[in-house]
Design a protein around this ligand. Structure first.
Ligand SMILES: NC(=O)c1ccc[n+]([C@@H]2O[C@H](COP(=O)([O-])OP(=O)(O)OC[C@H]3O[C@@H](n4cnc5c(N)ncnc54)[C@H](OP(=O)(O)O)[C@@H]3O)[C@@H](O)[C@H]2O)c1
Length: 296
């Protein structure tokens, strides 16, 4: 299976580079903004140019496209409305139309930020969307562009992504491990999800066949706050001998940690449709964290 992987250098893209090898007869074609991946040359897919990325898909004629590229800088996005729309919506839509023309499927990723976070029980896939900011709006427009393209597709919404590569909360906490005290928000609730899990599930879907596809949620099970996640990171990292000391985590309300983009207060996603459609099993977030740190 010839798999075109867009956004190969990101958190999820890096894990996909590993996981997609488990797809039978996988031939992975990597693409990044610069045409470089780990100092090796690869295809150029610059999402600032929708037509050129669509043309890449048409020229390569892969069997499937996996799109892990996105403008994920949530706070910067508030001042970059057109750019966010271009990277997160217009180019994914153009890629999806190219996939439809070739009659090939597209796997695309989206986010808990399509919801307003006012919920109190895990969001079902068909819960009404109501993004709070530019990033969420642009990702929602990307979903709609993929859905209306006519391409066979799977949209995997995920949340609170972290891992051993790239910029993420876990790595930030480990960098701050020598502090004595740390204030961390305790009134936002979500399911921390390692990039390797999203990539492994993607590969599993390709091995099983994506069938009718549709929109599904892929997150580790259970939930916690950012402060709870920070505590767990320090506990597990101490236990594994990855850090010599750890800070005391003080839970604070979001109002004491203002950010340009408003975050959803409640970001827990219901994964029933993914589990029932594809018979996928998902680990608890705490077990997934332990496994991630063991791989560090
Ligand atoms: N991070 C999270 O907490 C989170 C939460 C929910 C959903 N998601 C979704 O999960 C997916 C993967 O996110 P991630 O965490 O892996 O993001 P990430 O680590 O920020 O990686 C984003 C990728 O997009 C690429 N990209 C950015 N601008 C580009 C451009 N102009 N042209 C081509 N590629 C460009 C980056 O490549 P370069 O570095 O080469 O520019 C990078 O490979 C995205 O759809 C995201 O919306 C993420």
């Amino acid at each position: 299976m010839r798999i075109l992987l867009l956004g190969a250098s990101g958190q999820v893209g890096t894990e996909l580079s590993r996981a997609l090898k488990s797809v039978p007869d996988a031939e992975i074609i990597f693409a990044t903004t610069s045409g470089l991946l780990n100092d090796q040359s690869c295809e150029v897919a610059d999402f600032r140019e929708p037509a050129s990325v669509a043309a890449l898909v048409t020229r390569l004629e892969p069997d499937v496209v996996v799109n892990a590229a996105a403008h994920t800088a949530v706070d910067r996005a508030e001042d970059e409305i057109e750019f966010s729309q271009l990277i997160n919506a217009e180019t994914p839509a153009a890629v999806a139309r190219a996939c439809a023309d070739l009659g090939i499927p597209l796997i695309h990723y989206s986010t808990d930020y399509v919801f307003d976070g006012n919920g109190t029980s895990p969001y079902q896939v068909d819960h009404p969307t109501a993004p709070l900011g530019v990033y969420g709006s642009s990702k929602l427009a990307g979903e709609e562009g993929v859905r209306s393209s006519g391409a066979q597709h799977v949209i995997l919404r995920t949340a609170w992504v972290y891992g051993n590569h790239g910029h993420n909360f876990m790595r930030t906490m480990l960098r701050l491990a020598d502090k004595e005290q740390l204030n961390v928000v305790n009134d936002q609730i979500g399911g921390p999800t390692p990039a390797w899990l999203i990539a492994d599930v993607t590969a599993e879907l390709l091995r099983k066949g994506i069938g009718a596809g549709g929109t599904h949620h892929v997150v580790a099970t259970g939930d916690t706050s950012w402060a709870g996640f920070a505590d767990a990171i320090f506990d597990e990292a101490m236990d594994l001998g990855l850090i010599a000391s750890r800070p005391v985590v003080n839970g604070i309300p979001s109002s004491e940690y203002p950010t340009p983009a408003k975050r959803p207060a409640y970001s827990v996603l219901d994964t029933t449709s993914l589990r029932e459609t594809y018979d996928v099993s998902l680990p608890n977030w705490r077990d997934a964290l332990r496994k991630t740190l063991e791989m560090a």
